[in-house]
Design a protein around this ligand. Structure first.
Ligand code: SF4
Length: 605
């Protein structure tokens, strides 16, 4: 049989959205850099490389993606794996191989590390790129896309894991980032899509924070030249970008940071672009803060992580608090949003030391935005290697949250997150408001199925046509009597597309009395018949009912007073309540309540 022409298809699955709001920011820069590097080596002539369009990647459910990928007839599928998408990537890879056994799968990204055995051992994985990917991927293409070439030829490529070669030689990083700059300039990515450019101007990090994946594999810094930075910025402005996100780990670790900021300012004379980056605040003088503002940095992110000196020593990240405070104030005084991160669950931290950190940030006023994270014990990090000796217990699957340390119980970690939310007066990673209005007819993919539970044979749209974020809208006069049918539909949806963000809207046709506790419980049980990344991401969140699935009860506003606060509170243990037909004073509502108006036809808007 003739060998079909090789073709590579690269895919970056999005961060799972917590609700039906549109997905932004899933820019496949890593895949685009692979394509550019391979193109410059003439490999695209032998093996065309396609990026699955972001619209397709963001919108389609699991089965729809499999169909879209197979329709493009690739011989090699590459998936960029981050903590938020690796499980879904593996599931999709598995379905692809079931459908077409001869198709090869290559994985890359931060989740691909030698110590991440559950990923590497997945039966769908043919190749896995450990560390920086461009050279390794190009060599893989060269080895497998030629006549008579195959798996054996790939076995000796540095940085390339295969089941036959599970301990590849290390891959040396690219000397200069000019070799991959830039996919925007070469038309592989279009800034105009989201009016945002993701830009890498350096790789490597001189720091060695033990929770961080980044330092691994880099002994020194590797830069993008000033000429290339300038060319990218000119292009961003010409294509109408509004924001440039610097992906560099710690933008101010370069020696001539002031010169770098002047370069950014020079190519942003009318401040069309706003910049975002992560930095160490300790080194920021008033002069540098002014240069940051002149370049038009709107926001910077600063890691404090812990105030405790012992914890700082354990995480390999000493903080000079006075210097950090001076730097943060200098930036804040220039009008720059200073986002400061704290991590919960670090080894060495106690409830008291975390509390000191929260109080310090609250009292000092050095930050305009605080973010509190749970510690993820990520593969490839020093903490992962030292977890046993440090006494870190953590989730076996992403996001690998720490579940306990010798000085912090899981209950304490929960409680501290709650305290942090109270102290800063806001919920971290809140669930977005439910969305109930969907344009009907001809939608591709289909975002909603409306089902009358009294219908003896309710039907759902085919799995491959369903959107990644899907709404099952159920109407019944008696949800208690129909609870098994309703739960069966939920189970069916999740069996077809397990990584769906699912909104189940319950519309009682004859008043809320038919919404029994056992109906709610059965529906939630069905919702959690499978768990996805988003469920685990929210699993340590102190607020109720957060996850990839959500029950939403839709009721007329008049019912609220009649049902009373006890009913509202009890129902809120299971579902978000949406009152339609308003008005209601938003201030009277609990966090699990929302109000939506009716349009003139009496439909919910
Ligand atoms: S957390 Fe930031 S500073 Fe620390 S090693 Fe990672 S990239 Fe470097």
């Amino acid at each position: 049989m003739a060998r079909s022409r090789p073709k590579a298809l690269l895919i970056q699955l999005p961060i799972p959205p917590p609700g039906p709001q549109a997905i932004h920011g899933n820019i496949p820069l890593a895949a685009a850099s692979l394509k550019l590097y391979a193109r410059r080596r003439g490999l695209e002539e032998r093996c065309p490389i396609e990026l699955l369009p972001t619209g397709v990647t963001n919108d389609l459910g699991d089965r729809g993606l499999v169909e879209a990928i197979l329709a493009r007839e690739p011989s090699l599928v590459g998936l960029t794996c981050y903590v938020w998408n690796v499980e879904r990537a593996l599931a999709i890879a598995g379905w692809l191989k079931q459908a077409r056994q001869e198709l090869k799968v290559v994985l890359g990204g931060p989740e691909i590390t030698i110590d991440n055995g559950w990923v590497l051992r997945h039966t769908a994985v043919d190749y896995a790129v450990i560390g920086e990917g461009e050279q390794t991927f190009a060599e893989l293409l060269a080895a497998t896309a030629g006549r008579g070439a195959g798996v054996e030829a790939a076995a000796s490529i540095p940085g390339l894991w295969t089941p036959e070669n599970p301990e590849p030689l290390p891959r040396m990083p690219l000397e200069s980032l000019d070799a991959i700059s830039s996919p925007y300039l070469e038309g592989i990515l279009d800034v105009a899509d989201e009016r945002v450019m993701h830009l890498e101007t350096l790789r490597g990090c001189t720091f060695r924070c033990k929770f961080c994946y980044y330092p691994k594999g880099y002994q020194r810094l590797h830069f993008l030249s000033a000429e290339k930075i300038a060319a990218n910025l000119r292009h961003a402005a010409e294509r109408g970008a509004r924001e440039v996100v610097l992906l560099d780990p710690t933008i101010n670790q370069r020696r001539d940071f002031a010169g770098f900021l002047r370069l950014l300012a020079r190519h942003n004379p009318d401040q069309q672009l706003s910049y975002f980056g992560e930095l160490r605040a300790e080194g920021i003088t008033p002069k540098l803060a002014r240069l940051l503002r002149e370049a038009n940095f709107s926001e910077v992110e600063v890691g404090l992580q812990s105030l405790d000196p012992r914890t700082q020593a354990l995480m390999g990240r000493k903080v000079n608090l006075q210097a950090l405070e001076r730097g943060a104030r200098a930036m804040r005084d220039e009008g720059i949003t200073v986002r400061i991160d704290l991590i919960l669950g670090l080894p060495g931290d106690t409830a008291a030391s975390v509390r000191r950190g929260i109080e310090y940030l609250h009292r000092s006023g050095i930050s305009t935005a605080i973010q509190v994270f749970n510690l993820s014990v990520l593969p490839g990090t020093a903490f992962r290697r030292e977890a046993a000796s440090l006494g870190l217990r953590y989730q076996a699957r992403p996001p690998y949250y720490v579940l306990g340390t010798p000085t912090l119980t899981l209950e304490a970690i929960y409680a501290l997150m709650e305290e942090a939310q109270d102290a800063f007066g806001r919920e971290f990673d809140p669930a977005p408001a439910p969305v109930l209005d969907f344009a009907e007819g001809g939608q591709r993919p289909v975002r909603v199925a409306r089902v009358e539970l009294e219908d003896p044979q309710p039907s759902l749209p085919p799995p491959e046509r369903r959107a990644h974020v899907f709404t099952l809208s159920l109407r019944s006069g008696d949800f208690d009597a129909r609870r098994h049918a309703a739960a069966g539909l939920v189970r069916q949806l999740l069996a077809d597309n397990p990584h769906t963000t699912l909104q189940v809207v319950l519309e009682p046709a004859a008043g809320p009395e038919g919404l029994s506790t056992r109906a709610f419980e059965l529906l939630l049980e069905a919702c959690y018949s499978s768990t996805s990344y988003l469920d685990l991401f929210y699993s340590l969140h102190p607020n109720r009912l957060l996850g990839a699935k959500r029950l939403v009860v839709l009721l007329p506003v008049e019912d609220r007073a009649r049902l009373g606060p006890a009913w509202v509170d009890e129902a809120g243990r299971y579902a978000t309540l949406v009152w339609h037909g308003g008005p209601l004073d938003e201030n009277d509502l609990a966090p699990h309540e929302h109000v939506v108006p009716l349009d003139t036809s009496g439909e919910v808007r």
